[in-house]
Structures are given as structure tokens and as C-alpha cells.
Design a protein around this ligand. Structure first.
Ligand code: ZN
Length: 146
């Protein structure tokens, strides 16, 4: 499903992420990030980073988009593609927390496009988060049940 996404769809998703970055609330870092999720049904949901004076409560654009998507469309959503952009001309791959949160709704072939140190990068989700936490590990016998 996701690997058949046309390049134009990914380009459009990236544009939506950039638009969302313009709404960033980032008075402390000035780092303006936007994320756009393309759901399996073709719907695009965006989010931006929202900082807080306590810093630790800051939420990333990817998680903001994810929470918005679940809030609007329910727990059955599936993510076909994720685009991340920023207005700072900097690298901004999804952080570890966002990768783990996205894993809940992504497939191994969900495409993730983001600015890396060496330019825009597109890779499947299973490369973005190869060893995410997964309770189903207990089914493989790798984790003993108490
Ligand atoms: Zn994050």
C-alpha cells in the first residue's frame, strides 16, 4: 500500500508539513517543525511542535499530528506515510519518542520522509525504528512471562 505512493503524494505531504511548521509555538528554541501524516484512507493530518516553559512538556510535531489524527478519526487509523519538515534549514528526523508513538499506527513499509544531515531522506518505518518496544515480543519467547 504505502510503497505505491506516488512521489507527488509525498511531495504534497511534505508541503503540508512545511505549512504546519509555520504554526509552530516555539518561543524557546525557535525551531519550527511541522509533520503531516497521510492516513491509509488518503486523509492528511498535520501537527506542529508546541513548546512549554518547562521544556519537558514540549510536544513534537509528529506526536501532535498523531494525537490529532486519533482524536479526529479514531483508534483504527493506519499511517501510510509521514513527512517532517522544519523552517530552520536543519536536520529533523523524528525523535525516539515520536518513532515509538508512530509505531503503534504504522506498518513496516510506512514511508517516512524527513530532512537528514545530508538532505531529504525517505525510508520505510522498519528502518526508522528497527527495534521498537513491542509487547508481542513475549510471543516469540524472547521475554518470559511471569
Ligand atoms: Zn519527537
Amino acid at each position: 500500500m504505502t510503497t505505491s505512493l506516488a512521489q507527488t503524494a509525498l511531495d504534497n505531504l511534505l508541503e503540508e508539513a512545511k505549512k504546519a511548521a509555520a504554526n509552530s509555538y516555539s518561543p524557546y528554541s525557535g525551531f519550527k517543525v511541522g509533520a503531516a501524516l497521510r492516513l491509509a484512507n488518503g486523509t492528511v493530518v498535520t501537527g506542529t511542535n508546541v513548546e512549554n516553559v518547562s521544556y519537558g512538556l514540549t510536544i513534537c510535531a509528529e506526536r501532535a499530528a498523531l494525537v490529532r489524527a486519533v482524536s479526529e478519526f479514531g483508534p483504527e487509523i493506519r499511517i501510510a506515510a509521514v513527512a517532517v519538515a522544519n523552517l530552520n534549514d536543519a536536520a529533523s528526523p523524528p525523535c525516539g519518542a515520536c518513532r515509538q508513538m508512530l509505531a503503534e499506527f504504522a506498518a513496516p513499509d510506512t514511508l517516512v520522509i524527513f530532512p537528514a544531515a545530508d538532505g531529504m531522506t525517505t525510508m520505510p518505518f522498519d528502518q526508522v525504528l528497527p527495534l521498537g518496544f513491542d509487547m508481542s515480543l513475549k510471543k516469540t519467547g524472547k521475554i518470559e512471562q511471569a
